[in-house]
Design a protein around this ligand. Structure first.
Ligand SMILES: Cc1cc2nc3c(=O)[nH]c(=O)nc-3n(C[C@H](O)[C@H](O)[C@H](O)COP(=O)(O)O)c2cc1C
Length: 192
């Protein structure tokens, strides 16, 4: 299995990076794993021209979003990590997803979505400063997760697990609970 990890955090030793590392460390070595941090990519924002909906490719000047789109096509599974920003995924990460729509989703003549990555697996790792249970009550991680799942669902991915770390102002270490979760996700994502 070729597993692509997309890290949407600017903090190389932050909560999201730690969760992704824990998942990665539990993926059997027989799999190939590549991790890309969105902050290492240079790309322009989507201009909303909608040409990709009929051509199937992004017509903007070639940049890292095109390169990343090729990696999505090539990978069998995707793990996305994102901090919660304003009850959503990180903005730069969202910008990347906006740029790679044609590899994720096609559109019928009537505008209905056609999943382009059907059958592939995905997992999510998210964090926020709001402590438990307010991350749920106030919908912080819940909305972030929903937004990521929206993309994954319409792209055809099956989400096999979600890791959530709330309360990161107080601590951002991997608890026993999160460690177990990471193991489960690693097992499920690497299973053929
Ligand atoms: C621009 C911005 C917006 C944020 N919005 C929220 C939010 O809506 N809810 C929340 O609980 N934390 C919010 N946070 C805090 C981050 O989610 C939190 O610090 C997260 O754990 C960072 O993870 P990282 O260090 O792995 O990147 C925000 C942080 C930033 C910089």
């Amino acid at each position: 299995m070729k597993i692509l990890i997309l890290n949407g955090s600017a903090h190389r030793n932050g909560s999201v990076s730690k969760m992704l590392k824990e998942i990665r460390n539990n993926i059997p070595e027989s799999n190939s794993v590549e991790e890309i941090n969105v902050y290492d990519l240079h790309f322009a924002p989507c201009t909303g021209c909608m040409k990709c909906r009929s051509t199937g490719t992004c017509c903007m000047q070639h940049d890292d979003a095109h390169n990343f789109a090729e990696k999505i096509k090539d990978a069998d599974a995707l793990v996305i990590g994102s901090p919660t920003y304003w009850g959503n995924m990180n903005g730069y990460l969202k910008m990347l997803f906006d740029r790679i729509v044609p590899v994720l989703m096609g559109e019928s003549k009537k505008g209905l979505p056609i999943p382009m990555q059907k059958g592939k697996k995905a997992a999510i790792a998210i964090s926020c400063t709001t402590p438990f249970p307010f991350n749920i009550i106030a919908g912080q991680t819940t909305k972030n997760k929903r937004a990521l799942k929206e993309i994954l669902k319409y792209s055809g991915y099956k989400t096999v697990g979600t890791m959530v770390m709330p309360g990161t102002k107080m601590h951002n270490d991997i608890s026993d609970r999160l460690g177990k979760k990471a193991k489960k996700i690693a097992k499920r994502i690497s299973k053929n």
